[in-house]
Ligand binder design. Structure first.
Ligand SMILES: *[C@@H]1O[C@H](CO)[C@@H](O)[C@H](O)[C@H]1NC(C)=O
Ligand SMILES: *[C@@H]1O[C@H](CO)[C@@H](O)[C@H](O)[C@H]1NC(C)=O
Length: 480
């Protein structure tokens, strides 16, 4: 009796050892994000693999058959997973009996066994599937509320390590023993949270986007808003869609307290009539024409769903300063910002209209200063300075080089030049007319002179006749 028991124990022990040994050899870990597809590998790599006509059985420990294929080719689904699992038949010939699971759910996590039987060389594999989810609680917190970001693994893989990434960068902040991060919700926490689970050769990455409701624009505290001097600018204050917003107050922190923006006063340069009101959540202010003095700190605050929310930001003004050289033919343009701490680079682009009248731009220079020859017609038009920060373009400011008048003569519109021609033509005509009149007068004068001479002749002639007569009469007198 005792001997038998011992023998039984020994047998049991031996079988257990065998099973553990087999598991240690064959067990594969698979980490998968909930909702995605899982492939549980079961591949025969040895030479004498079963034929495609083999019997294949996929089962889940403690839950029985998941999927089965008989020698005849008949398939059976024996689990809740039902039609979410399949084995691509085309792979069997290559000794690949991997199980595919679509739309993996937390409950799918666990240990799966693959058994392929075909006479002499059976295949046995154990695959441990861990389904990972990033849990946000609450799913969309309000600014100021507590939020917990957790990495849920089902089942928990033995000896695995968990780390976090936030917006693509390793997160070094504190998380508790269960890999849960608890924080006061703020815009700084908005973005993609990725949980990375590692175990020996296996790695699983699962991401989830955290949305914090509150003020969505400016997207973060202490943001910078850039505005070109002389142009319109928007002071942003946009609440999350769907919030009930009330009691919005705008304050300029540089100057004295400003009352709620429904009432005055604001700097006189601000164009109050065009205040942005794109729905009840957008409480942005539009400044009609930004002046250098408008630069400074601003705060927008309001009540949203019973929470008092505020956002402070900096308005930074940008302008182009020009310095003309003594020769007057070239100018140095400098891109000046009231605060350039976030600026990492400047780019100058030249805006021109091509023959079709479409605006085209060409990048010409990298740097804060730009020297250009103003006498060259090609340089006339708008010069835009774009300034960049670590995350891309921050803003731009444009300077216009006036078009030089003598160069524009031929490009001027038809109207004025035809007028000029007309004036010239009329003048010429008048001149010709004057000349003609002058000529006519001269001619007339000459004619008058010619007519005068015969008259004189007559007078001379008559005088001579008179004298003759008188002489004759005198002779007569003498004769008598
Ligand atoms: C502008 O003109 C060029 C030729 O001068 C032509 O190839 C191009 O298609 C035109 N573009 C447009 C937008 O009309
Ligand atoms: C300058 O910025 C404004 C506003 O962002 C944009 O509409 C415009 O296209 C920019 N101009 C240039 C030349 O980059």
């Amino acid at each position: 009796m005792t001997e038998l028991t011992t023998w039984n124990y020994l047998m049991l022990f031996g079988i257990t050892l065998l099973v553990i040994g087999a598991q240690c050899e064959e067990k594969t870990e698979v980490f998968v994000a909930a909702g995605s597809q899982a492939v549980l590998p079961c591949v025969c790599t040895s030479s004498g693999c079963p034929s495609s006509a083999a019997t294949i059985l996929w089962s889940k420990s403690n839950e029985g058959t998941v999927w089965r294929k008989q020698k005849s080719g008949l398939e059976y689904w024996g689990h809740d997973l039902m039609k979410r699992v399949y084995c691509p038949h085309g792979n069997f010939a290559r000794g690949d009996y991997s199980l595919h699971i679509e739309q993996v759910q937390t409950e799918d996590g666990g240990e799966y066994i693959c058994q392929v039987k075909d006479g002499m060389q059976p295949v046995n594999k154990v695959v441990s599937l861990t389904v990972i989810t990033v849990q946000l609680s609450p799913p969309a917190p309000m600014e100021g509320d507590n939020v917990s970001i957790g990495c849920n693994m089902q089942p928990l893989p033995m000896g695995a390590t968990v780390s976090w990434m936030f917006n693509g960068k390793p997160w070094t902040g504190h998380s508790d023993a269960d890999n849960v991060i608890v924080r006061k919700a703020s815009p700084n926490l908005m973005g993609e949270w990725t949980c990375i689970v590692r175990n020996r050769r296996t790695e699983g990455k699962v991401g989830q986007t955290l949305i914090v409701r509150g003020i969505v624009e400016p997207a973060r505290e202490e943001a910078s808003v850039y505005a070109a001097v002389g142009s319109e600018a928007t002071l942003p204050c946009v609440f999350s869609h769907g919030l009930t917003v009330s009691n919005v107050i705008w304050e300029s922190l540089k100057e004295s307290f400003l009352p709620p923006f429904h009432s005055l006063p604001f700097p006189p340069t601000w164009n109050l009539t065009s205040m942005s009101y794109h729905g009840p959540w957008d409480r942005s202010l539009i400044v009609g024409e930004v002046s250098v003095e408008d630069g400074g700190r601003y705060r927008c605050s309001g009540m949203a769903d019973g929470h008092k929310l505020t956002r402070e930001f900096k308005l930074i003004t940008a302008q182009v300063h020009s310095k003309t050289f003594s020769s007057g033919a070239s100018v140095i343009l400098t891109c000046d910002l009231s605060d350039d701490t976030e600026v990492t680079g400047y780019e100058w682009v030249h805006l021109t209209y091509d023959f079709n009248g479409t605006l085209s731009e060409s990048s010409v220079h990298q740097g804060k200063d730009l020297r250009i020859n103003t006498a060259a017609e090609i340089n006339s038009g708008g010069w835009t300075c774009r300034f960049y920060g670590d995350h891309g373009i921050l803003g731009n400011v444009t300077y216009s080089i006036p078009v030089i008048s003598h160069l524009t003569g031929d490009s001027e519109t038809v109207g004025p030049s035809s007028n000029t021609a007309m004036v010239f033509g009329l003048g010429f005509l008048l001149l010709v007319l004057l000349l003609i009149v002058g000529q006519m007068y001269t001619n007339y004068q000459r004619k008058k002179r010619i007519l005068l001479y015969p008259a004189l002749e007559t007078i001379v002639h008559s005088n001579a006749n008179e004298r003759e007569e008188r002489e004759r009469n005198r002779m007569k007198d003498i004769d008598i």
